[in-house]
Design a protein around this ligand. Structure first.
Ligand code: ADP
Length: 163
């Protein structure tokens, strides 16, 4: 049994994330999606909301579970019995940072390796931060996120707008 961890902020989940999670689920016996508790102090959704949205989006993937974590990714991976980290790579900007993180994690935990999956071309422009920005400015994000998450995003932005 080889299980993998797909870590991230998922604030909120996009079809880009879902693409990586789905492909990881096809490659490994099990996948844990690790939701980082501290997604920056200004995350739009709190960690319980991000976990709940992910759970609803991966219901059809029987070998995927979702859990939140704080602290080092290597500690979380060990606690889940995972020996692989799966990350998506969009562009060269991801590459530099992600390779450094992968090398650091392997230094901290030599038995834990990172596998990179190239973003699907039709999803590679998606980033949660950009999707939020576009939605806040009134752009149509309906093709970028699952419908239930689009609704939650628009509702949250409307709430924020009223503050
Ligand atoms: P974001 O950059 O959208 O805020 P996260 O920090 O939640 O994303 O990223 C979690 C993981 O998902 C990272 O490995 C990131 O490279 C990957 N990822 C995010 N968006 C995409 C995408 N559109 N295609 C492929 N991988 C992605």
């Amino acid at each position: 049994m080889t299980t993998a961890v797909c870590p991230g902020s998922f604030d909120p989940l996009t079809y880009g994330h879902l693409d990586i999670i789905t492909r990881a689920a096809a490659m490994f016996d099990g996948v844990t999606v690790g939701v980082l508790v501290n997604a920056g102090k200004r995350s739009l959704f709190d960690v319980a909301e991000r976990v709940e949205m992910l759970e609803s989006a991966v219901l059809h993937l029987s070998n995927v579970t979702v859990a939140s974590f704080d602290g080092l990714l290597v500690d979380f991976s060990r606690s889940r019995g995972s020996t692989v980290i799966v990350k998506g790579l969009r562009a060269s900007a991801d590459f530099d940072y992600e390779v450094q993180m992968a090398q650091m994690n392997r230094h901290l935990e030599p038995d834990l390796d990172t596998v990179f999956l190239p973003a699907s071309p039709e999803r590679s422009f998606l980033a949660s931060s950009l999707v939020k920005e576009v939605a806040a400015l009134g752009g149509d994000v309906s093709a970028m996120l699952p419908r239930v998450i689009v609704d939650r995003l628009l509702a949250r932005l409307a709430d924020r707008g009223r503050d």
